[in-house]
Design a protein around this ligand. Structure first.
Ligand code: DUR
Length: 324
């Protein structure tokens, strides 16, 4: 980003590009498919009707915008973790008018031995597992080393649409055939999103005083239906929740904002996620590259099909754009 940045509160360039994604209005569609991996994004963009717009920001965020079944969609690669998802949702929000429909497609670990490598899971909700830093640095701290939040729900309509499309594709691809372990397709489970791949996902590392030997059991005991572990979905569902609260005109600590009108060009954020099980935590199995390729091809198409078919009211769509 070579241009001078304006406004420390929400930095943008002179031509209104957001600081980290490098995008501006018109370059990103209302319908977004968000992944972590750059190669996965490139592969998904091969499904577009024609050569898409592509931008890679200096910070490594990538955006492909094109049409799929004649409907504008953006595929975004954001990397990993809560903060990457935070940049995506907040900065993409600033680039899009109307409703945002966001599906996160990513990999995850499984806590359930019956949900093995190669399974697909469409969680109804996600909780956050975060380190309580004071536990590790303060003497006689009364709290626990990890905080497990209450789950935040996916958008019910988008979740339902995504799950039924994924399930249909799962059956069509006969995804269980030829695998040793069961690889079911589930839609009624809860995800736990962690602030580390290691400590807060209960991985034992003798190099660090993580104090996490009972963590996985604690998560299972406290979060009903918890099945998967990854690092982004809670942040997506949580930010959609905060944006939709503002749309209702509630939920801010700034007195002058309490009755302020919602941002006039913004609509709802509707979010859902589908997760592919790469790591089975009980058996320690990890997915093979060949299985990844096969799985992400059909799950990716199911996500694009869901986004293209999902109804957005006409008044809540972007009017300008590079695809016009
Ligand atoms: N992921 C996990 N834990 C797993 C498997 C996959 O967090 O056990 C997801 C989240 C993150 C990336 O984006 O994949 C880390 O490999």
């Amino acid at each position: 980003m070579k241009d001078e940045l304006k406004d420390a509160n929400f930095p943008t360039t002179a031509d209104k590009r957001v600081y980290h994604l490098g995008l501006k209005k018109g370059e990103v569609a209302n319908r977004m498919l968000v992944v972590g991996d750059s190669g996965r994004a490139r592969m998904l963009a091969e499904n577009f009707d024609s050569q898409p717009f592509h931008l890679r920001s200096d910070r490594g965020f990538e955006c492909y915008t094109g049409t799929y079944n004649k409907t504008p969609i953006s595929v975004l690669a954001i990397g990993m973790g809560f903060s990457a998802m935070d940049f995506l949702v907040r900065e993409a929000r600033a680039c899009v008018d109307g409703d945002m429909v966001v599906i996160r497609m990513g990999s995850c670990g499984s806590l359930n031995p019956d949900v093995g490598v190669g399974s697909t899971v469409t969680p109804v909700a996600a909780c956050a597992v975060t380190s309580d830093y004071d536990y590790f640095t303060q003497e006689d701290y009364a709290g626990e080393p990890y905080r497990i939040s209450k789950p935040v729900a996916a958008d019910p309509d988008l979740h339902q649409a995504l799950f039924s499309t994924v399930k249909e594709a799962h059956e069509f691809n006969n995804a269980d055939a030829g695998t040793d372990a069961p690889s079911p397709c589930l839609g009624d489970i809860v995800n736990a999103s962690a602030d580390s791949f290691y400590s807060s996902q209960g991985r034992i590392d003798p190099s660090f005083a993580d104090t996490n030997t009972t963590l996985l059991q604690n998560i299972i005991d406290r979060v009903p239906n918890v099945t998967t572990l990854e690092m982004e979905t809670h942040q997506l569902f949580f930010l959609a929740h905060l944006a939709n609260k503002r749309q209702e005109g509630t939920g801010t600590d700034q007195p002058t904002m309490q009755n302020a009108p919602k941002p006039p060009t913004h609509g709802k954020i509707r979010a859902a996620a589908v997760q592919m099980v790469f790591a089975a935590r009980a058996s320690r199995a990890f997915i093979s590259p060949a299985q990844v390729k096969q799985l992400q091809t059909w799950v990716g198409r199911a996500c694009l099909d869901t986004l293209a078919a999902f109804h957005i009211p006409v008044e809540a769509t972007q009017t300008d754009g590079i695809w016009n």
